[in-house]
Ligand binder design. Structure first.
Ligand code: UDX
Length: 480
């Protein structure tokens, strides 16, 4: 059977599966055959919480294939039960034989695979397999993290050569980094990807991250979840080394806009991509709050905080006298398993001005008129969702790209404040008031301007719209 058939293969973590599933749906909307590789437990989670059956039913060309898990069934992959090393090693191990089969399989019902879009974090996996099998098809790397972090990742070997790395302890954190082209003197040591820090969180070594990033040089193309207007400076640098870069983002918004143009926007349910059960009760609560009055607080799918850190945030929020909606995932607090009363206590003491839930429909929350600010861990999906909604941010980055993202939020895009490396109730209180009251107009103006640019980019003729068209054309021409 002739036609284009793309395999989409994400790293099995919420932030990765979420955005790559949206990309897969965008490709299916363009009538490409898509095979999405997922782990069993993530597929089960999406079945339970994400309405994936309806998604499959809605697109005849979108198929799911699952691989065995690398962690105990039922445990969340981003939780502390599975290290990043476990996840990468085991996923690669399980995926290799499956990918090998898919790449060579022939069927009358579906075209032969003509392109692989793999998570960039898997490095040379697909390229190695294609060479081993003697197959020449485009291998594209999709980065779920930001372009502004991809670039420092790529530049890490040079930072070691120029002696700007390693970081020499806590006293060295405010030293500025001058040898990243296009970002000269913008990043301090503390703004570099967290893996550059001595004793970094996340069980990943900077050598490994840097090595995997360099492997993208062998990919045929790169897809970055951003838009030209947001990241033009860094994109012009990246293109000097990576000639084919597609910027089809913000992918979630791109998909929403395309679906709104088709009947998929109206008569099909919205397909969630959550690994957690979404609590929709926040909708009625938000409806009852005045416009722009609520600060939304969420730390994504895998950040963990200590009980002390949680209390600093909570007291800061209460002392700010602002209304707040706080997401407390069941595994957010270290050791929470032994202290289940904490949530009930906070809920009880908060109920006049705050709402605490375990997982919200975040895109919808950010789009709600009651939301006036977002206290975030600066995960890339959360950052993009906030930018699209025109909501200013307070950033408390946890790990990986988040340290860079928060620097860009405050110093480049000027849509919020960076609270990096500080967790103190007085600072939380002050920043919430600065964002929501004292500097509200300033931040709102730049956030809304950025939201307009994001929307323009995915509208017909916009930069991301055109980039997506180019990507589809590239994939289709490689399939002839
Ligand atoms: C991680 C990294 O943080 C991120 O930077 C990287 O690029 C991808 O993997 P995560 O930490 O989960 O992801 O954060 P983020 O990228 O922000 O993704 C979280 C997702 O969960 C967002 O799409 C957000 O909308 C969703 N979410 C979060 C909800 O739907 N409800 C919630 O209550 C909280």
């Amino acid at each position: 059977m002739a036609g284009a058939h793309v395999v989409v293969f994400p790293c099995p973590l919420q932030g990765h599966v979420g955005s790559m599933l949206k990309l897969a749906e965008l490709l299916a909307l363009h009538h490409l055959h898509v095979t999405f590789i997922n782990t069993h437990s993530n597929h089960n989670r999406l079945t339970r919480f994400g309405n994936i059956q309806a998604l499959s039913a809605s697109y005849s060309t979108l198929h799911f294939i699952t691989i065995a898990d690398c962690y105990r069934e039922g445990k969340h992959p981003g939780s502390r039960d599975a290290t990043m090393g476990d996840i990468m090693l085991s996923t690669t191990l399980h995926a290799k034989p499956l990918l090998r089969n898919i790449l060579v399989s022939e069927s009358p019902a579906i075209p032969k695979v003509s392109c692989v879009i793999q998570d960039g974090i898997f490095g040379s996996l697909s390229n190695d397999l294609a060479s081993e099998l003697g197959i020449r098809i485009p291998i594209i790397h999709f980065r779920t993290s930001s372009a502004c972090c991809f670039w420092p990742y790529f530049w890490i070997p040079k930072l070691f050569e120029s002696k700007e790395l390693p970081i020499r302890g806590d006293g060295d954190m405010d030293r500025t980094i001058s040898n990243i082209p296009g970002m000269e003197n913008l990043l301090r040591c503390r703004d570099l990807p967290s893996f550059c820090r001595p004793g970094a969180k996340g069980n990943m070594s900077i050598d490994w991250v840097s090595f995997q990033t360099q492997q993208s040089l062998a990919a045929d193309a790169l897809i970055l979840n951003t838009f030209e207007e947001l990241d033009h400076l860094v994109l012009s640098q990246i293109r000097l080394h990576f000639p084919k870069v597609y910027t089809a983002g913000p992918v979630h918004h791109h998909l929403n806009v395309r679906k709104a143009e088709t009947n998929k926007g109206n008569d099909s349910p919205s397909f969630g991509n959550s690994f957690f059960e979404t609590d929709r009760s926040c909708k009625a609560w938000l409806d009852a709050q005045p416009q722009g009055s609520v600060i939304y607080v969420s730390f994504g799918s895998s950040t963990i905080v200590t009980r002390e850190e949680l209390m600093e945030f909570w007291h800061g929020l209460v002392n700010s006298k602002k209304r707040f909606l706080l997401v407390m995932r069941p595994d957010l607090v270290v050791g929470r398993e032994n202290d289940d009363q904490i949530l009930e206590k906070l809920k009880e003491e908060t109920k006049e001005r705050g709402l605490i839930l375990e997982w919200t429909p975040q895109e919808e929350v950010l789009a709600h008129k009651a939301i006036g600010g977002f206290l975030t861990h600066s995960g890339w999906n959360s950052t993009l969702e906030s930018l699209v909604a025109g909501v200013p941010m307070i950033c408390w980055p946890y790990f990986a790209d988040q340290q860079v993202n928060s620097r860009f939020v405050s110093e480049v895009w000027k849509v919020g404040l960076d609270m990096k490396d500080v967790c103190d109730r007085d600072v939380v209180e002050k920043m919430v008031n600065d964002l929501m009251v004292h500097r509200r107009e300033e931040f709102l103006k730049s956030a809304q301007a950025m939201a307009m640019l994001a929307h323009k980019s995915v509208s017909p003729g916009g930069s991301s719209y055109s980039s997506m068209e180019d990507l589809i054309h590239y994939i289709k021409s490689a399939s002839k």
